[in-house]
Design a protein around this ligand. Sequence first.
Ligand code: HPA
Length: 252
Amino acid sequence: MSAIGIIGGSGLARPPELEMSVDLATPYGEASGPAHQGIIAGREVIFLPRHGTPRRFAPHSVNYRANLWMLKACGARDIIALSCVGAINPRLRPGDLVVPDQLIDYTYGRLHSLDLEDDAHTGHFDFSEPFTSVLRDTLLASADGSSSSGRLVDAGCYGVTQGPRFETAAEIRRLAQDGCDIVGMTLMPEASLARALGLGYAALCPVVNMAAGCGDGAVEIDALLALMVEFEPELLAVMRRACETLTTNTKA
Ligand code: HPA
C-alpha cells in the first residue's frame, strides 16, 4: 500500500515511531535531510522536516524539488504539509488551525519546474484547486475537536510570501485585498510540485500570530515561537488520526 508523506514545518519534530532514517540522492540535489520512515496506525509514514534538523534552510532556500522527489521515491503518494501562518482575516486568531483550500503565490526565484533545464517550461497542468479535497477532508475530520484553545477553520486562502523576513503592514494590506486569509512562506512551490509529481497534497496551518499590521504592534517572534511549541502535541495527535483514517491513496 502507498505511504503517507508528512512534511514537518517549524512546529513539528519527528514523531518517535518513525525511527528508520532514509537518505536518497535526487536528480535535484540534496533534500532538506534524511527522511524518517516507520508505521503509524498500520500505515507506512515518511516524515521529512522541511527546514532540516537542526534547522538549516529558510523558506526561500529549501530544495522543494528534491524534497518532493525523495518522498515520492520513498513510496509516499499523499503529502500532508504542516505550515505555521500569520492571520490576516480578522475572524482568525492565534491558536486556530486552518486547512486552506486556496493559495496565491507571491514568491520569486524558487524553482517551480521539475524539468532539469530550468527554462524548458513544457509541463502545463491544471492547478485550479491546489489542495486535494479528500485529503483536506481527512485533515478536517482528524483535527475536529482536537484543539482546546483555538478553532478548526475549514477553508481559507494562503498567501505564500518569500521570507525569510516577515511582511510589511502594507504588503499584508495588499494580500488582504487580494483575498488572502492567512500568510506563510512555504506552501509554494511545494503544492505545485506535488501536483506535478501526481501526489495528493493538503496542508494543516496553525495560526501563530496576527500578520503585520493586523494585531497590536509588531509581530512578536518570541510569542510566535512559544505558540509553535504549544501546538506540537496537538499537531502530532492530528497526524496520528489522519494516518488511521486515510486508508487509500487519494490519487488512486
Ligand atoms: N508571515 C509569514 N509567515 C509566517 C507568519 C507571518 O506573519 N507567521 C508564521 N509564518
